[in-house]
Structures are given as C-alpha cells and as structure tokens.
Design a protein around this ligand. Structure first.
Ligand code: FE2
Ligand code: FE2
Length: 280
C-alpha cells in the first residue's frame, strides 16, 4: 500500500476551508461582554443556512426548552452566549463532517452521527463531573474526530484497509493507523484545530482523545472527550469510526469522579436524547 507522507496530509489540512466569516464573527462577539443579542442576530442573518440549523438545534430536545425558539435573538437570550457559540460552530461544521463519503472508508453520515453523539455525551459527562465549561466540552466532542475527514478524503481507498483492520482485527483504531500510516487521525485533527485557531486546550483534547493520560493543559477536558467517545462506540454509534475495541482509561474516570454507575446514567440520558436526535 502506498504510504502517505505526513506532509501531504498537512497540505490537505491547509486546503480545508476556513471557518465561514459569519462563524468567526459570532465567536468574537460571544467573547465580548459588550455585545448584544441583536448584534449576534445581525451577523447570523447574513447566512440563512446556518441560521436555520441554529434554530433547529436550539429547538431540539437536547436543550430542553418547552417554549419554541423562533428567532436568533430569542435563542441568544434564553441560551446565553456560550451555548450559542457552540451551536453556531456545530451548525457550520456539520457540512464538513457530513460530506458525502461514498466509495471511501466511512459511510455517509456515520462520522456526523458519531460526532453529534460524542458532543452530547461530553456535555452530559461535563455536567456530572461539575466541569465548569459545558459548551467547551460539547464543541470538543463534536470536533474530536475531524482528522478523519482529512484522512478519508486524502487517502481514499487505502483508508478502507485501516478501517477494516480496526473493526475486524480487534485492534484499537489509532494503533492500526500508527502501524500503517505512522500517525493517527488524532494527530491530523489537532493540526486542523490549530489551523482553525481553536484554543490550546481544544487542540490538546483532539490530539489525545485516545490517550487522555498524556494531556497537560486541561486533562479534565481531554478525559471527558475520551469517555464520551468510548461511550458512543460502546453504544454502537461510531463502529467503523473508532473501531470495536475501546478501553476506557481508569485515570480519566478517576480524574472526573466517574464510576460504572455514573457512566451508566450518562448512557441512559444519551439514549433518551438520541431517540429524539435532531440532525442539524
Ligand atoms: Fe477518534
Ligand atoms: Fe471518535
């Protein structure tokens, strides 16, 4: 099999579209305490597709609002700046994660379903672990496997071998990648996150979601993403995305004060949400 160089992957990362200007602008506005709901509404209104997805997600069972949210201004007022920011990021990356992947290694929509599952699981775990930044956990969960988009699109057929070996051989996905490619989707994903100017803790969580014990900047965030990923794979949402065999790190569980019972209750909450899952 032709071995792909890390350089060609880096090139592919550079070819990836930047965040749409509207999204970058919303991220800036939600960082500024002087911004108003109206400011965010004005910017988002320039992109109707993203606005529609934001409203659909705001009205999903995940956020549990009984009142219908009809406008961006309402969404900002009810949900707050941080939640809006994570929803807008989700709305903008759904295109990238949900791209047609027919003929390649990942089934159409599979990576997007897995990413949504992981985002929701991460938020639930963060709440249970009293981690203060629920929306940071949500966004990191959503983006954790972004490196697979690059590998899937750049390597085409040869990535099918990686996926097949990982799913049939009972070998963790990242180990197969290291063996065949010399680097993993987590390495590539952290490069994407850096290119998008995401924070260092986000880059780290993506880089080490399969090796949470290596995190040093925000070990709790990385531990949350690791457990969320393992839970989604255990629930069968992402078989073929991260493989069958996936041991949870005991350190990550301890760091978050989680045990079998709390994991079980996250799985129950998640199952309820997935029944009513809204595709962004
Ligand atoms: Fe992964
Ligand atoms: Fe994953």
């Amino acid at each position: 099999m032709a071995r792909l160089s890390l350089e060609s992957i880096v090139e592919a990362v550079n070819d990836l579209p930047a965040f749409p200007t509207v999204v970058t602008r919303v991220i800036q506005l939600t960082d500024d305490p002087d911004s108003t709901a109206q400011d965010i509404n004005n910017v988002l209104n320039q992109d109707q597709a993203i606005t529609a997805r934001v409203l659909r997600l705001a009205n999903s069972a995940f956020y549990g609002y009984t009142r219908r949210i009809n406008t961006v201004t309402d969404a900002v007022v009810f949900m707050g700046f941080k939640t809006i920011r994570s929803i807008v990021i989700a709305a903008s990356v759904s295109d990238i994660l949900n791209k047609e992947m027919a003929g390649y290694a990942l089934e159409h929509g599979e990576l997007w379903r897995h990413s949504q599952c992981c985002a929701m699981a991460a938020r639930l775990i963060a709440r249970k672990a009293k981690f203060p930044a629920l929306d940071l956990a949500y966004t990191a969960g959503l983006l954790h496997d972004i490196g697979k988009v690059i590998l899937n699109n750049t390597m085409k057929e040869s990535y099918i071998d990686v996926v097949e070996r990982a799913t049939q051989g009972e070998i963790p996905f990242n180990e197969v990648e290291t063996e065949i490619l010399g680097f993993t989707h987590a390495d590539v994903g952290s490069q994407v996150a850096a290119k998008w100017n995401l924070t260092d803790q986000m880059v780290e969580a993506i880089a080490f979601h399969h090796d949470p014990d290596k995190a040093t900047i925000n070990p709790k965030l990385t531990a949350i993403i690791h457990l969320a990923d393992a839970i989604c794979v255990a629930m069968g949402i992402g078989i073929g995305v991260d493989g069958m065999l996936y041991p949870m790190s005991a350190n990550a569980m301890e760091l978050l004060g989680m045990d079998e019972n709390t994991i079980e209750s996250v799985i129950n909450d998640l199952s309820d949400l997935l029944v009513d899952q809204t595709t962004i």
